[in-house]
Every structure is written in C-alpha cells, then in structure tokens.
Design a protein around this ligand. Sequence first.
Ligand code: FNR
Length: 181
Amino acid sequence: MKVLGLCGSLRRASLNRALLGVLAQEMPEGTSLTIHDGLADLPLFSSDLAEPASATALKAAIADHDAVVFATPEYNYSIPGALKNAIDWASRPPPQSPLRGKPVGIIGAATGMSGTMRAQLHLRQILVYTDSPAMAQPEVLIPRAHERFTDGVLTDDSVRALLRTFAGALAAHVARYPARA
Ligand code: FNR
C-alpha cells in the first residue's frame, strides 16, 4: 500500500508536515507514505486556466497512490486556502478526478485547544463531493501541538502511538476499497 501525504500548511516549520513525517515512520511493514510538496506551485483555481503542470503532477501523484492522508492545520475554523485550492484542482473534471473513490485519512495539529476539529469536519464535508471515502476513526486531533514538538522533532510518545494506531487502521480502511479499474 502506497499512501500520499498532503500537508495543508505551506510553512517551512509546519507542525502538520512534521506530523506527516512521524506518520511515515509509523506505517506498517510493506506500506509507505510519501509527502507531495507541490501545493505552493498551484495557481488559484479558475476554469479559465488550462491545467498547469503543477496540477497535472498532483493528480498523477494521487492516482499513483492507494490512499491520501491530509494533514491539515485549522485556519479560521476551516482548512487553509492552499489545501482547498489543491483539492479544487484535483477534483476537476469530476468523472476523471483521481480523488473519486480514493480512500482518505485526515490528521491535524493546531496550537489551539481544538486540535483542528473544525477544520477536519469541513474537510470531511468537501470530500463528500469528491466521492473520497474518508476514514472515520481514529481521529488524530493534536491540540497545543507546539508543546509536543521541539525543533520539528516529536517529543510526545502518546502522539506517536496514536499515529501508529491510525496507520494500522488506514491499511484496513484502504483494503475495503479495491482500486478502481
Ligand atoms: C491559525 N491558527 C488557528 N488555530 C486553531 O486552533 N484554530 C484556528 O481557527 C486557527 N486559525 C488560524 C488562522 C491563521 C491564518 C493562522 C496562520 C493560524 C493557529 C494554527 O493552529 C497554528 O499556526 C499551526 O501551527 C498551523 O499549522 P502548521 O503551519 O504549524 O502546520
């Protein structure tokens, strides 16, 4: 099983990107998680534009993996615009979108107390339209995330354990959705 990691934060020292990195370490044997870093290269979506190479690359990366894990910050109670923009590009045209039927997992870290709860619910709503089956449990909501990392290194073992459980559950989730022909 090959999983694609997409981080909603474009920040160099992103806690969410660090979280994805730990998830990559905790994937079960025989599976892997690769982070796709091209979200900053995407222009703002407009159907007036021809599909840019950055969007084609994103769609190809999604198509080439068995599942996608979104690591999302919470920006003003929702997902960052950069992540929404990436999903908008990947979702067009709907019949050919690589997100259709693609199993998805969601994780998130925030410096506030909600741990991205509201952003994750918005993301689940968006994934209804893209027809991407999102794993419901376990939820990975990391509040006060800045206290759990030092210089990008995770210092909280309970978060690592949760990510390990999430990775195992994701493998089972993906197995329920055989790849489309
Ligand atoms: C935030 N932050 C934030 N946190 C939260 O829990 N709920 C929120 O609604 C918001 N809103 C918000 C808006 C904007 C524009 C910024 C820049 C930040 C704080 C956020 O959780 C924090 O900056 C995280 O560290 C962002 O994730 P990365 O970049 O570290 O992955």
